[in-house]
Design a protein around this ligand. Sequence first.
Ligand code: FAD
Length: 401
Amino acid sequence: MDGDVRTDLAIVGGGFTGLSTALLAAEIGIDCRVPEAKKIGYGGSGQNVGLVNAGLWLPPQDVRGLLGDEAGSRLVRELGEAPSYVMSLIERHQIRCEATRTCTIHAAHAPAGYNDLARRAEEWQRLGAPADLLTRAQAAEKTGSEAVYGGLLDPRAGTINPMGYVRGLARAALSAGAVISTGVTALKLSREGDLWIVDTDRGRVTARWVVLGTNAYTDDLWPGLKRTFTIIHYFQAATKPLGDRGENILTERQGLCDTGRVMFSLRSDDSGRLIIGSMGRVIGGDTGLSRRWAMRNIRRLFPQLGEISFENFWHGRIAMTPDHLPRIHRLADNLYTPIGYNGRGITPGTIFGRAMAEFLSGGTEEDLPLPVSDMKVDSGAPLKSRFYDAAFTANQIAKSF
Ligand SMILES: Cc1cc2nc3c(=O)[nH]c(=O)nc-3n(C[C@H](O)[C@H](O)[C@H](O)COP(=O)(O)OP(=O)(O)OC[C@H]3O[C@@H](n4cnc5c(N)ncnc54)[C@H](O)[C@@H]3O)c2cc1C
């Protein structure tokens, strides 16, 4: 992007939300532009674990409790169907992202975690969704680890390489006619008549509508927005391919996360790497604390593996809302942001993006998957972010030795 341009829809941010909005908008015939400050997948979308979940982190009954029966049930239903939509996009656009549809496992970190999973399973089954409780022995067979105390198997869910998926969405949106500009930061939003002016560091975009897809990477573009959620970091480590040594581990390629208060996650990729992660930042990289943490936890889960080498460490930001529900905020006339995915953004980001495009092409706010809300600044958010940062660092230190 160089110079001033005019478009129907300006979408800030090149992650799942922005690019899913762009893909559907372009397919519908809405002219759209996506300025992305860094590169495609720079935010949570590229740093992700890759669990394509069929629902939020909150169990369905809690979602209904917070949103009310009608809106809650609708969101639960739409998110339950969302993995199929993600997989259909992958298929339709031939996105190379190592997609698997062999379920995910919510693993019990302790006997108490199993009780929580039983409650979730009962509710999903009541809603007619497939959700199978695994005994400890069944979970051990699927994961290859005796350290898992049972699990909840969700046949609707699967895994992806998230960077592959987000790049594939960008390619599909480009082919459909969206214009995506990386290395372009939106600096200011202002109104001129009934149009929005998005001033960037590479020129001005004039648009009828604006969608912000900036989630946990939100900056000061819209005053106060970055203080509507708490930032939590999540880090991951990828081993070198395990070869034959990995043959009894995650044999059906399920990805998993656990029920622990400080959650951990595990996935394997097409090349036989294990990707393990938890809350907090990378500390010290491949020679430091995070390496020790990863080594110790892989040994705890798979003592049979012996010495392991790591290839890569990284972390990203999660936007945690006070009630753990995502939001679609109307910030002003014709200016919206789906935001606050609480660490579950592959399916919500994709379907909220689709819904934004459908809405802008003549739908109503009532058709959106979530009731539209005004943003609410949480003045304590920066302090809470610092608190969690310190707590997860302390936890990483404690779990590394
Ligand atoms: C480590 C990690 C693991 C996760 N694991 C999972 C998982 O397994 N399953 C799951 O469903 N979810 C997971 N999540 C959550 C999920 O990744 C996010 O919810 C999702 O990526 C949010 O997508 P997004 O498009 O809304 O925002 P992002 O992908 O964060 O993209 C925001 C983009 O906006 C850009 N931006 C910000 N400000 C500006 C500006 N002023 N101008 C231009 N561009 C701007 C940023 O550069 C960034 O690229 C995980 C998150 C993290 C961090």
